[in-house]
Ligand binder design. Sequence first.
Ligand SMILES: Nc1ncnc2c1ncn2[C@@H]1O[C@H](COP(=O)(O)OP(=O)(O)OP(=O)(O)O)[C@@H](O)[C@H]1O
Length: 409
Amino acid sequence: MTDEKTGSAADTVAGERTVTGASIRLDGVVKQYRGQTKPAVQKLDLDIEAGHIVAFVGPSGCGKTTTLKMINRLIEPTEGRIFIGDRDVTGEDPDKLRQSIGYVIQSGGLFPHWSVAKNIGAIPRVLGWNAQRIAERTEYLLDLVGLDAATFEDRLPKDMSGGQQRVGVARALAADSPVLLMDEPFGAVDPITRVRLQDKLIAIQHELGKTIVIVTHDFEEATKLGDKVLILSEGGHIEQYATPEEILAKPATPFVEEFVGSGATLAHLTLSRVKDVEHDPVVTARIGEPSDEVIGRARAQGVTWIVVVDGDGRAQAWPSLDEVATKDRVSDYVDPRLPVVAPSSTLNDALDSMLAASQGGVLVTDSRGAVTGALTIATVMAVIRGQLSDARAGDGHVTYTAHTEGTTP
Ligand SMILES: Nc1ncnc2c1ncn2[C@@H]1O[C@H](COP(=O)(O)OP(=O)(O)OP(=O)(O)O)[C@@H](O)[C@H]1O
């Protein structure tokens, strides 16, 4: 089925992924700002596949934001054409166009005096949806971004702290646009929240299959989120447009090599996901269970600590058996610093999370927050060791062993 308005092929399945997004094509796009001697973006050709995430990175002033904003014509191109799906949008009414493209900016860009629900319903109201449809959509989207509708829909953005970005994403998805443009959406949040928001975005992308273009300063964020990464230099010049794996393995130009940096070997940690490595099983216990039963169960499994979970299986705390033994029943204590990662988190995220919590492991949760296992620092270190030795072997350097073997008669 093709949606006439958006030109997107709805609900087609590519591989395992559902695709509801539309492709984007930039054809010879130029932006020359008035009063500037050189164009900010010079003759840019770019194809973005439907249902993919593409991350734009590059040094300050290279034209990332200008390029992004030309896609929804917040900035008018001086030359060239832009297609969304098969539709040439270069001559379309820009207001109408923007109603069909989700847009998220760093601050969330929410109207401060409007409730969360009113913010999310802004575009659907313009599109003439009825109140019930808007209310249902708002509830669905708040749940999708991990916020409880009953708790948050009447709040003002200022009372949301870290939740503003989530509401910003929900609002951008409100009209079910095939394309989502994000300009440094997680630039202003603390590192732990940032990892959670990135993981949430990946989960949403896998569920909805939108086409997402994200501008970031952070190469690690680009490699984590991007199916492909676009590395730009001054004037919107494409240095490389490839998968993160290709960029790390084969930087196309000296510029890319320098941009990726000498930490490239460890940057591979951002390519390894929590879901790709082995997890340790965990023993869970419900609040209020008799402590001696829980301890017996844990000892039978040979573990020295347990995870206390709520009714939905979400982790509350991970006490040692000695701590459990101090009470008759499992306590409802909630550990505010519990290190938790998602399957889509990178091993780098997992390490950061361990360091931030001063713990030697993290809990792994599914997209609903239920605990599925644990990842220890030993597992992460083993992967790092493996990658370092692979990288050395790939460098073409003769190792000590190879050298000795080669010269032994
Ligand atoms: N409204 C404007 N008028 C004139 N020049 C502009 C305008 N906006 C951006 N520029 C210039 O265009 C070039 C590209 O800017 P742009 O903001 O697209 O880069 P960027 O890669 O997104 O940078 P940053 O990472 O710092 O946000 C820069 O030289 C900038 O100074």
